[in-house]
Design a protein around this ligand. Structure first.
Ligand code: CAA
Length: 257
């Protein structure tokens, strides 16, 4: 069975990637993470794709790294493999990634969802970083991104106990942008991706980069980064088209230039 299913053009400008190891609740083994990363890098170069939705199935987005695969590894195996450098490649992608999460998003699954730009959750979604229960800690960004998403005290509580939290809690705390009925979570994520894909691509890219800088820079540096990008957009044909179309009361035609 293919560990990753790819549907390009499922909506205009949208690609859907479906994690497909249902027998292990989409545990992220090395082959799946390699394929996911390679596919994302290819889609990054594909002009027809403007936004990417990553999903699993109703029962699980992903229940974490594959425990069975790594159980007997040594520290040196881990170091040499350096599996998590693939996650840095995903972090650097310019295109928009939306996680459509239903069921378990645990450990590396929660970390993958947090690596995406937006999370849409079904009402059955459950999030958590349960690594502590198997003798380790989150290794793909959980200790850093969960703190930034839900605050230190809550992140500490959930990382130190390994307990899960619900979609409703995740929404109340700002980890996910929306909770929708389980039959709608993928549809809603695809609709959102299509809407973003219809926006001027360079502006989308620079908006994403600017928002992500809020994680990493001081306010002063972040404001500077934003301002440079705002000014830069006045060099695009799409800025001229967008503002002209507004004044002429018509729909703009984007060129991505
Ligand atoms: N790795 C490998 N296999 C997994 C898995 C994982 N992370 N999660 C589930 N599976 C497998 C189970 O072993 C089981 O396979 P078998 O039928 O062959 O036994 C199958 O998926 C179904 O799982 P369960 O029978 O356990 O289903 P359940 O409904 O009783 O429980 C669950 C669901 C609570 C999610 C439970 O499976 C669970 O706790 N999974 C592990 C979660 C976890 O600890 N994730 C963190 C992994 S470490 C990590 O991710 C590190 C990092 O930072 C990157």
């Amino acid at each position: 069975m293919q560990p990753l299913l790819i549907e390009k053009g499922i909506r205009p400008g949208v690609a859907l990637l479906r994690l497909n190891r249902p027998e292990s609740l989409n545990a992220l083994n090395r082959a799946l993470v390699a394929e996911l990363t390679e596919t994302l890098l290819q889609l990054e170069k594909d002009d027809e794709v403007k936004a990417i939705v990553i999903t699993g199935n109703e029962r699980a987005f992903a229940a974490g790294a594959d425990i069975k695969e790594m159980a007997n590894d040594s520290a040196i195996d881990m170091l040499l493999l350096d599996q998590f450098q693939r996650w840095d490649q995903i972090k650097r992608l310019k295109k928009v990634l939306i996680a459509a999460v239903s069921g378990y998003a645990l450990g590396g699954g929660c970390e993958l969802a947090m690596l995406c730009d937006i999370i849409i959750a079904s009402e059955t979604a459950q999030f958590g970083q349960p690594e502590i229960k198997i003798g380790v800690i989150p290794g793909a960004g959980g200790t850093q991104r969960l703190v930034r998403a839900i605050g230190k005290s809550r992140a500490m509580e959930y990382i130190l106990t390994g307990r899960f939290f619900s979609a409703q809690q995740a929404a109340a705390w700002g980890l996910v942008s929306r909770v929708v009925p389980v039959e709608l979570y993928l549809e809603e994520a695809l609709k959102l991706a299509e809407e973003i894909a219809s926006m001027p691509p360079i502006a989308v890219q620079l908006a994403k980069q600017s928002v992500l800088k809020a994680y990493e820079l001081s306010l002063e540096e972040g404001l500077h980064f934003e301002r440079r990008n705002f000014y830069l957009l006045f060099a695009t044909e799409d800025q001229k088209e967008g503002m002209r179309a507004f004044m002429e009361k018509r729909t703009p035609q984007w060129k991505g230039r």
